[in-house]
Design a binder for this molecule. Structure first.
Ligand code: ADP
Ligand code: MG
Length: 474
């Protein structure tokens, strides 16, 4: 999997110069983030962290990841409509995990009341690593699928241009020309625009539901701009604004500040710290409304780690996607080993195996956003403590993926330039729109490559561990 610029990596003067060109190119292209010190102001901004050089990605695995994305879109959508499956799958989890339980309560409440939403918009990102098997051949293995607030589709639309500039400067023009075009922000915006159009009110707006702390605003602005370019109005609101100013009319149309909202695009609401009592009330209001939620609460639940684990059980995919034999085979080929820790013999056995050999596994709670998983000695200690308690059912176990590392430079504001041993994670963005029972859009919308130094077991770009990258197909 070696890229054709291994030789350059040790040419220190060339690297120094390339790094300063790279940073300016990133600023020029808009690969930006607000600073930690002033996360809600754009007076002073930084470049978002990125690799100096693109990373080699096996082209067959890259194509495989794109080829399975429409299948994953169908699967997520099917799960979200399967009340019985979600209920059964999450039954043990919601007994011990308050956050999932609260989401589930809203889901049930909305179903009991009757769905007023008839247009559904899914934006997800399926993430993979390239597992290096005993034969040395890399295999595509899914890490997880993100069904809410999947980020970096905007900024990553601009990283290929930066890497192209760097390669040219290093005398690799031919390689630069082979970097792939990639524009998830446009693909995601097309999905939002389609949902807006089907909602059917020219004067209604798209509402981005955003966090209190908005460091990653430029990533979102890329998508916003695509919508404004199509003459669709975008407003940015927090849960707090919805609580204070949101309301439903008799037909459950959603209004905020007197404006009707056609689509709610969540970039918030995926971790417990996003919610206080008022924010939960705001979430319920949004879910009860006619507006298209991206995602609706059922689709958010479809993205939990517990659901992911249940999907790997023999027969589950067949029940969720009846008759779709080929899609099922493509999906299943990407699964790593996933194990339930529910109380009982199966859970006892796998818990014992993980305690005996923790480096084979990752222990995952029902959380998003990076930094929550447990590895190695810590995994062993936690699992030993909870092995006989129902608390263990709030976690799942997963086989640890072991990619082949490669050398690269990770560029971060205020950090020294040094070469690191790195591994990458490939994400494919999926977007789909359904009106009642009919799929009217189902697409792969682009990719995201994130790379981190091997000493970090966990964590994404927002968590300060991984950085943006571009795939160089080999
Ligand atoms: P989150 O929802 O917090 O993003 P993930 O399942 O994506 O949770 O895990 C976070 C990070 O941990 C991933 O980006 C990856 O670097 C690492 N990771 C997760 N699962 C595995 C695994 N099975 N093998 C190796 N690394 C993993
Ligand atoms: Mg993740």
């Amino acid at each position: 999997m070696a890229a054709p610029w291994e030789g350059v990596l040790r040419d220190e003067p060339a690297i120094q110069e390339a790094a300063s060109v790279a940073v300016d190119a990133a600023l020029l292209e808009g690969v930006l983030m607000r600073t930690e010190r002033e996360p809600n102001a754009s007076d002073v901004v930084n470049y978002a962290p990125f690799t100096l050089l693109p990373s080699a990605v096996p082209s067959a695995l890259f194509e495989q990841a794109y080829a399975v994305q429409q299948d994953f879109n169908l699967l997520v959508d099917a799960i979200s409509q399967n009340k019985e499956f979600l209920e059964r799958t999450l039954a043990s989890t919601i007994k011990v995990d308050d956050f999932t339980a609260q989401l589930f309560r809203i889901h049930m409440q909305v179903l009991e009341e009757g769905l007023s939403q008839s247009v559904f918009l899914g934006i997800n990102r399926s993430d993979y690593m390239f597992d290096c098997g005993v034969d040395g051949m890399p295999a595509l293995k899914q890490i997880e699928i993100n069904t809410i607030a999947a980020s970096f589709g905007g900024l990553t639309s601009r990283t290929a241009a930066v890497h192209g500039r760097v390669l040219k400067m290093l005398g690799k023009s031919e390689e630069a020309s082979r970097l792939l075009p990639n524009n998830p922000s446009k693909g995601l915006a097309l999905g939002i625009a389609k949902a807006w159009e089907l909602y059917g009110s020219q004067s209604a707006v798209v509402m981005f539901l955003v966090e209190e702390v908005q460091r990653n605003i430029f990533d979102q602005r890329c998508i916003e701009n695509e919508l404004w370019n199509r003459n669709i109005r975008v407003i940015r609101k927090r849960f707090r604004d919805v609580f204070e100013k949101g309301s439903l009319d008799d037909a459950k149309r959603l209004y905020i500040d007197g404006q009707e909202v056609a689509v709610v695009y969540y970039r918030e609401g995926y971790v417990p710290k996003n919610y206080d009592r008022q924010n939960w009330e705001a979430r319920l209001l949004l879910e009860r409304s006619r507006a298209v939620k991206c995602p609706d609460i059922a689709t958010q639940l479809a993205g939990t780690k517990k659901v992911q684990q249940e999907l790997s059980r023999p027969g589950t995919l067949e029940r969720l996607l009846p008759g779709r034999t080929e899609a099922i085979a493509r999906i299943r080929a990407t699964f790593a080993g996933l194990y339930s820790l529910d109380m009982g013999e199966e859970g006892d056995k796998i818990a014992a195996a993980a305690i005996a050999d923790p480096d084979r596994f990752v222990l995952k709670p029902q959380r998003e956003g990076g930094g929550n998983n447990l590895y190695g000695e810590e995994l062993r200690q936690v699992l030993e403590k909870i092995r006989d308690s129902p608390e263990r059912t709030s976690y799942i176990l997963m086989d640890k993926i072991k990619p082949q590392p490669a050398m690269n430079y990770l560029l971060r504001a205020h950090s020294p330039l040094q070469v690191s041993e790195c591994i990458s994670e490939l994400g494919i963005f999926g977007v789909y729109v359904r009106q009642d029972k009919e799929m009217v859009m189902n697409k792969a919308a682009g990719h995201l490559l994130r790379t981190k130094a091997i000493e970090h077991a966990d964590g994404g770009v927002a968590a300060g561990v991984a950085v943006l990258d571009s795939p160089y197909l080999v």
